[in-house]
Design a protein. Sequence first.
Length: 90
Amino acid sequence: MKNKIGEMAAKVWKTLGEREDVEISKLPQILRERGEIVYQALGWLAREDKINYHSKGGKTFISLSYDEREIFKTSLKTGTQQNSLKQQEK
């Protein structure tokens, strides 16, 4: 189960890197995974200060932290995204 949550954390990280922000309740649908796993992965990323939570119109949204967004952008430019995602799984 821990491996699955780590793998999902990497998918969440990538998804948030590709989008400006995501409504938290829609993330399981976007990732096609049970909410239980997705929300545990969010907890993992939150504990590591990799994501931010914010509210708009009474809804909760999540996005990558500034530093993580910069890492994501750099990984796209250098083609090291796969390495960055593998680091997320550890």
